[in-house]
Design a protein around this ligand. Sequence first.
Ligand SMILES: [Zn+2]
Ligand SMILES: [Zn+2]
Ligand SMILES: [Zn+2]
Length: 308
Amino acid sequence: MRRFACPQCGNRVFFNDHQCLKCATSLGFDHLADQIIATDGLSVCANRSEYKCNWIAAGGTACQACSVEVGPPASDPEVDEFRSAIRRMLRQLHVLQVEYVYTTPNLRFALRRSTDDSKVVIGHEDGLITLDVAEADPVYREETRARLGEPYRTSLGHVRHEAGHWHWQACIATNTETLAKFRATFGDETIDYPDALARHYAVGDDGKWQAEHLSFYAGAHPWEDYAETFAHLLHLTDTLETARAEGLALPAWGTPAQRYQQWIDVTVSLNELSRSMGMSDLYPFAPPPTAINKILFLAGIIPAVNLA
Ligand SMILES: [Zn+2]
Ligand SMILES: [Zn+2]
Ligand SMILES: [Zn+2]
């Protein structure tokens, strides 16, 4: 994320802010300009008070971020966490010049909530991403994370992973040449998906995935491998952008591989910072060379990514 300042007084403000804490100027996020601006005399999103959305919208209608939500639930802390994650991801797509409205399929989100009686299946179908806002409850999420043996599980991670499934369908499957390159890098995605998943869980986590994949789940099927890689690329570009904006990393230089190494250097520092506070590693991954190649392949598909 980049740094934002109050347009009125210059005080530091943040991506989700509605108001400057210093001078009380009403603020909104202009997603086209990628800027926090004063809302005086401008149209704010129709959901500003109800959904706490701080985006600017033409004509006082729902903003770009709200318009990709299907059947939106009322605001509460868990819903708000997912809304923030979706906005952060949409802002990245815009910065990386990845179109998501005028695509086939277009990107949409449905926020649902698991209860004891009915579990929401997180997933993607034809551009529609279903998310489980119960995952924003720390107890629920940590129980799930520990049960599945995952090193990393966050609302933002879910949003980025599922967006990867949409991106595959919208930007890889639609281009014969790109699809051929995808298959050469990730394998044949036409193998039966339910069968592959069943086999994956029958074998269990024997650690073999570490030689080829970013995560255990990435080894389940080429679609999951792609979604994990897409999420990783967004983790990487956001974290590097933030590190550079905060003066913690140098501007991009060198070849894609050298730029990738810059990211690894940043993650080593981030992990040491976390350990200094007695927290677990911020970046609990160690991508093997084949997984790095997949990240670099994807960086080549999205030219605005600063790795290729
Ligand atoms: Zn201010
Ligand atoms: Zn909105
Ligand atoms: Zn998936």
